[in-house]
Design a protein around this ligand. Structure first.
Ligand code: ASP
Length: 353
């Protein structure tokens, strides 16, 4: 084996977003970064001592335009290069990064290598950029091994010092460098002077099975956010969207909704037509507990299922994934009520029922 082969190898996938911009030294204008010239523009990367290759979406995409097609493209790139690299770093716009990371956590079954998403709030070509540190640390995390095994074999988001599980994360700030949080699951690592991993929280596949990539997603999913004053007409039109299969219903507090008869009847009717309605909280932290108040209990009686402590991003992409695979309503409910890849925590009292 020659020296090059022994090096840890990382594939950098640039999808688009703020991070990939650099100042043109002649004109001063911010332009899309050409990742083929990455190492010339970021000499810091050479110091890492890894073999780093890059692939770029052409054209780069603003993450608000990313969705199932670009998630599939990413899955294809990762699976086609899976054997060749030790880890993957995905550079992505911050706006929908939590959706893409959630989707990939389901689409890359049996993942045993790191897939680390990162981006930045300021372009990599600006003096005060957060992009360089995010990128360098994300690469270090993707390359990190212990006893020859990757330390973080999960889909994660690394941003401003914290490594978070992708399907637990949401973007919470449009201005600050510290833009992401995972309120319902601890950080997997903190990057200070050292990168400190919390190995007890990191997901490790029980059995080592080969990567299974999934490409089937069903878009017949809607998000319904309750608000005081929601009208019958609005609810009726959402629940009667032709072809609708699943609804992520964002409720109040621990999973509450008003007990109006018309609202419960409409939900009951949608459930009887086979639509899966998943209750997630509008609160940024905590879990749905439909037994706690009458207002939540009525939803349960209407056939709404609990999303427990799921993020909306995770619930939406999980429904797309499950319906995409042609599962029946009962099978979807069964899978929504358990953790596939660490995306929800089922309370002890429910687990042992
Ligand atoms: N609009 C950009 C995007 O999400 C913002 C960013 O990159 O942070 O693609």
């Amino acid at each position: 084996m020659n020296a090059l082969q022994e090096k840890v190898s990382i594939l950098l996938i640039y999808t688009g977003g703020t991070i990939g911009m650099i100042e043109n030294s002649e004109t001063g204008v911010l332009e899309s970064f050409n990742f083929e010239h990455l190492k010339d523009n970021m000499p810091e990367l050479k110091k890492l001592g890894y073999l780093i290759d890059s692939i770029q979406f052409d054209p780069p995409m603003d993450s608000s335009e990313m969705g199932p097609e670009s998630w599939k493209k990413l899955v294809r790139i990762i699976s086609e290069n899976y054997q060749r690299y030790d880890g993957f770093v995905v550079l992505h716009g911050t706006d929908t990064m939590a959706f893409t990371a959630s989707a990939l956590s389901f689409m890359l079954e049996n993942l045993s290598k790191p897939v680390i998403f990162t981006g930045s709030q300021l372009p990599i070509g600006m003096l005060r950029t957060d992009g360089k540190e995010n990128l360098i640390t994300a690469i270090e995390i993707a390359a990190a091994k212990e006893n020859g095994m990757p330390i973080v074999p999960e889909v994660c988001i690394f941003f401003e010092n914290n490594l978070l599980r992708g399907n637990r994360t949401r973007k919470i700030n449009a201005d600050n460098f510290n833009a992401f949080r995972s309120y319902n699951y601890p950080a997997l690592a903190h990057a200070g002077i050292y990168i400190k991993y919390d190995t007890t929280q990191i997901y490790h596949p029980v059995l080592r099975k080969p990567l299974k990539s999934h490409y089937l997603l069903d878009r017949n999913i809607a998000i319904l956010k309750l608000f005081p004053g929601l009208s019958q007409q609005v609810l009726e039109s959402i629940l009667n969207i032709p072809g609708l299969k699943g609804v992520v219903m964002e409720t109040f507090g621990s999973g509450n909704a008003p007990c109006y008869e018309w609202l419960l009847n409409m939900l009951r009717d949608a459930v009887s037509r086979g639509i899966v309605i998943v209750n997630v909280s509008q609160c940024i932290a905590g879990s749905v507990e439909m037994h706690r108040y009458e207002t939540g209990h009525k939803l349960l009686e209407a056939g709404v299922i609990s999303g427990y402590d799921s993020t909306t991003e995770s619930a939406v992409t999980k429904l797309m994934f499950l319906f995409g695979h042609g599962l029946s309503r009962e099978e979807v409910i069964e899978h929504m009520s358990c953790s596939l890849i660490g995306e929800i925590t089922i309370p002890e009292n429910v687990l042992h029922k």
